[in-house]
Structure formats: C-alpha cells, structure tokens
Design a protein around this ligand. Sequence first.
Ligand code: HEC
Ligand code: HEC
Ligand code: HEC
Ligand code: HEC
Ligand code: HEC
Ligand code: HEC
Length: 381
Amino acid sequence: MGKRDRISPAPARQGRLLLFLVITVLGSLFLPVKGSAESGSGDYNIRRGERFFKGLLPFDRKHAACASCHNLTPTDTLNWNPSAWEISVKYAGQDFESFRNAVMEPMGGKMAEVHQQFNIEDEDLRHVKAYLDSMATKGPASARPTFFNLMLFLFLGIVLTWALIELIFIRRIRYRFVPVILFLGAFGWQAKMVVEEAIRLGRQQHYAPDQPVKFSHAVHVGEQGIDCMYCHTTADHSKSAGIPPTNLCLNCHVLIREGTHSGRFEIAKIIEAAEKGENLEWIRIHNLPEHVFFSHAVHVGAARLDCNQCHGPVEEMHIMRQHADLSMGWCVNCHRDTRVDFVDNGYYDTYIKLHEQLRAGKIDTIRADHIGANDCMSCHY
Ligand code: HEC
Ligand code: HEC
Ligand code: HEC
Ligand code: HEC
Ligand code: HEC
Ligand code: HEC
C-alpha cells in the first residue's frame, strides 16, 4: 500500500478543519475577557484606571506600577504587600478623599518608604478608584482561569489526536517530525496539567493556604521567640492544641501597629476584627479523617514530645504548612520507634506489670507500641 493510493482532497480539508478548530478554540478563549467588560459611562474610567494600575499608560512616572507591588492574582510565594483585591475591598465603601489620603499621604514607616515620590494627578487616582471599586464587586481573580484551562486541555487533545491519526493512518505530511513534535508537545503539556491538578486534589502534605492575615510563625517564634504554648494554650492538656482567639493577638498588637515586612495593613485587620467583636477565620490546615482519634495531651503532655517532631521547623515558616503526611504509617512507625520515658514519668505509674518486667531486666526499653499505642482501637473508634 503506497501512500499515493489515497488520492483525495483530504489534506486540504484537514488543514482547513484544523484552522477552523484553532480559530474557534482561540476565539472562545478570548471571548469571556471581552464579554466581561461592562458597558456604560463608568466603563472608560475603569479601563483607564486599570491601565494606570498596571503601568500601561505612557506617562513619565517615577514610581513603579501599582500592580508590581499589589498583586492582581494570587501567587504561590508570600507577597507581604496587600493584594489589589484586598485594597479594593477595604476602600470600596470609602470615599475618594480617604483613598487619596491613603495612597498619597502615607502613614507609617513602611508606607513612606514604598509610596515614595508618588506624583499622581487626582484624575488618574479617581480612575484607579473606579477600577478598584469595580474589582470589589466582581471578586478576586483566581490563580488560574479554569475555563481557559479546560479549553486549552480540549485543544491539546484535538492536536494530539490529529497528530496521532496523521502519524499512523493518513501520513500525508512529508516532514514526519512535525506531527511527532506536535504529538509530544501536546502530550507533555496535558500530562503537566493533569499532574498539577492531581497534586492540588491529592494528599494535603505541604498544604499551605492563604490566611485572612499574613501571620508568620517565623516572625513570632523565630524572631520574637514567643513560646508555642503562649498561643496554643491547650496543647498539653487537651485533645486539640487550639488556635488563639483574636483577643490574644491584641495583648501585643494594641501597641505594635506596624510590622517590618507587611507595614500596617495586616495588623490593621486584627484591630478591625477585634473592634467588630469578630474572630479572624483561620483556614484549618491539618485535618485527620473523622475515624481517627488523635490527642495532643497524650503526645505533648504525657509523652513530652517536641512540637517540631511532628510539625517540622515551624520557627522558619512565614506561611504555615503541613509538615508530615499524617498517614497511618507515619503514626504507627513513630510508635514503634519512640522510647517512652517510663521511669521518671508519673503518668505511667499504672503500668505495673511493665514496670516489674523492666525492673526484673526482662525488657530494657519500652516503646509507645508496647503500651497499646498501636492497637487499632487506640486510634479508631
Ligand atoms: C503568636 C501566636 C502563635 C505562636 C507563638 C505560635 N503559633 Fe502556631 N498558629 C498561630 C495562629 C494564629 C495560627 C493559624 C494561622 C496559621 O495557620 O498560620 C497557627 C497555626 C498553627 C498550626 C496549624 C494549625 C492548623 O490549622 O492545622 C500549627 C501546626 C502551629 N500553629 C504550630 C505551632 C508551633 C509548633 C509553634 C511553636 C514553635 C507555634 N505554632 C507558635 C499562632 C501562634
Ligand atoms: C505526635 C505528633 C504531634 C505533636 C508532638 C504535636 N502535634 Fe500538633 N498536630 C498533630 C496532628 C496529627 C494534628 C492534626 C489533628 C487533627 O486533625 O485532629 C495536629 C494539629 C495541630 C494544630 C491544629 C489545631 C488542632 O489542635 O487540631 C495545632 C495548632 C497544633 N497541632 C499545634 C501543636 C503544638 C503547638 C505542638 C507542641 C506544643 C504540637 N502541635 C505537637 C500532631 C502533633
Ligand atoms: C507576644 C506578643 C505578640 C502576640 C501575642 C502576637 N504578636 Fe504579632 N507581632 C509581634 C511583634 C513584636 C511583631 C513585630 C515584628 C516586626 O517588627 O516586624 C509582630 C508582627 C506581626 C505582624 C507583621 C509581621 C511583619 O513582619 O510584617 C502580623 C501580621 C502579626 N504580628 C499578626 C499577629 C496575629 C494575627 C496575632 C494573633 C494570633 C499576633 N500577631 C500575636 C508580637 C506579637
Ligand atoms: C513599591 C511597592 C508599591 C507600589 C509601587 C505601590 N504600593 Fe501601595 N502599598 C505598598 C505597601 C507595602 C503597602 C502597605 C504598607 C502599610 O500597610 O504600611 C501599600 C498600601 C497601599 C494602600 C492601602 C493603605 C492602607 O493601609 O489602607 C493603598 C490604597 C495603595 N497601597 C495603593 C497603591 C496605588 C494606587 C499604587 C499605584 C499608584 C500603589 N499603591 C503602588 C507598596 C506599594
Ligand atoms: C513523633 C512520634 C509520634 C507520632 C508521629 C505519633 N505518635 Fe502517638 N504516641 C507517641 C508516643 C511516644 C506515645 C506514648 C505515649 C503514651 O502512650 O502515653 C503515643 C501514644 C499514642 C496513643 C495512645 C494513647 C494512650 O495512652 O492510650 C494514641 C492513640 C496515639 N499515640 C495516636 C497517634 C496518632 C493517631 C498519630 C498519627 C496521626 C500519632 N499518634 C503519631 C508518639 C507519636
Ligand atoms: C497510631 C494510630 C493508628 C493505629 C494504631 C491504627 N490506625 Fe488505622 N489509621 C490511622 C490514621 C491516621 C489513618 C488515616 C490515614 C490517611 O488519612 O491517610 C488511618 C486509616 C485507616 C483506615 C482507612 C484507610 C484509608 O485509606 O482511609 C483503615 C481501614 C485503618 N486505618 C485500619 C486500621 C486497623 C485495622 C488497625 C489495627 C491493626 C489500625 N488502623 C491501627 C491511624 C492508626
């Protein structure tokens, strides 16, 4: 069977079909962006404000674009500056004057440093406010536009299928490396997308979500030397270690209103929440399944383990993250490996039999699993 046998207008048609698909897919990708722009008189101001914020207007400005410090989309790394979305929410209900003052007459050392040499016309700033106000009504941009990703995935799928069919059945393209490269490229990209999604959905080790305030253990424990138990007060006598109520933050932050990294913006949120009588709503990071029983009191109070053994180098974490995978294997292995300080700890006096064996020299060490820590019923109700 020679390749020439298949005489047909197929290649031309294929080419056109592919072109059509490319145009449709790309078209649909950009459609929502255009469609989301509002119509009306404020529209122009909003767009101009957006361009100013992103530094796209051709003016001679000494300061950097607002967006270079105030993120428009969430990032994986810690950005101490308030995001554009946070600023938009804070000033949505306030008039132009207070917004102007906040930007142009900086309060505090950090502000004076970063908002230096701002020489902005009121008109431009009004546009920026209009832009931020519209942002506040729309909600924050997501890290990755999922619709975009879906279309991209489908598009890659089409390219991949076409390249495969071309390679195996049609074989019209003389330069074989073209479909090969297309195939490998599309396949690789899809694989990357799948892996990224799987990581996001999967196990929660290293999970580190955005919190309502950029609270840093590195600052409080590492630099300020505050003891874990000062904030996690119940760790030694209760099942849960406990998350500090916002009032506890006030012990210090009534006075300390400015941080080295974040300036005044983050600490202001604490004060505001406290004045409203609300608690900051921290997003929970560690989460064992319902059917597992775990108690801090046993591990911190009785067994006198160090927090770091399970939570890692917390004093270095600006963003709290889950250190261990919290799997059953993790618990059970530690119970097999960890010696219990049996003799000098009053908590274990009830284990008379083990004490006798220990004294008689029948056993030399006692590990957690010897005293029942690895019985199914200890951990599962
Ligand atoms: C000044 C108060 C303070 C101190 C001191 C402190 N923490 Fe925290 N900790 C918090 C706050 C607030 C949160 C919730 C926000 C977050 O997750 O970062 C938290 C969260 C945590 C979490 C995650 C909880 C979850 O959601 O699963 C762990 C684990 C933790 N702290 C361990 C420690 C350890 C270990 C130390 C000592 C090395 C320590 N903390 C010291 C205030 C504190
Ligand atoms: C033996 C391992 C271990 C030790 C030691 C340990 N933790 Fe935990 N910690 C865990 C596990 C497991 C969880 C998740 C519990 C859950 O989801 O029910 C957790 C959860 C937490 C939480 C989230 C809130 C809660 O209590 O559920 C905080 C805060 C915390 N630990 C702080 C501490 C501090 C502070 C210390 C030291 C004083 C400490 N932990 C010692 C294993 C440990
Ligand atoms: C025992 C005192 C103390 C307590 C309690 C405390 N902090 Fe702090 N915090 C400090 C000090 C001191 C600083 C200033 C560090 C610096 O100069 O940057 C600070 C800084 C901060 C910063 C700014 C960090 C930076 O470098 O920009 C934030 C945000 C913050 N704290 C949040 C909290 C929250 C939320 C709580 C309650 C869960 C809390 N703090 C409880 C002492 C405390
Ligand atoms: C070099 C980085 C940088 C640039 C550029 C920048 N900002 Fe900021 N901005 C900051 C930081 C950091 C803070 C928080 C400082 C603080 O809270 O003490 C802040 C705070 C703000 C606040 C909130 C003040 C408050 O506490 O409520 C507003 C509003 C603001 N910026 C608007 C703008 C606008 C508009 C532009 C562009 C014209 C801009 N910023 C450019 C770094 C920057
Ligand atoms: C860093 C080591 C370590 C890790 C990790 C650890 N444990 Fe333990 N655990 C111990 C030690 C030591 C004891 C012995 C203390 C005792 O029994 O009095 C213990 C005891 C226990 C007990 C027995 C309590 C009793 O007295 O009957 C339970 C239940 C338990 N652990 C659950 C868990 C679970 C669930 C996990 C995992 C989520 C876990 N542990 C992870 C060290 C660890
Ligand atoms: C030291 C604590 C501990 C002991 C002892 C223990 N488990 Fe578990 N088990 C866990 C933890 C933690 C998980 C949750 C693991 C996860 O979410 O990945 C779990 C999960 C499970 C699951 C669910 C599996 C899954 O993927 O969710 C089963 C079934 C189970 N254990 C059975 C047992 C049996 C049977 C025993 C006795 C031989 C036992 N466990 C003893 C801590 C323990």
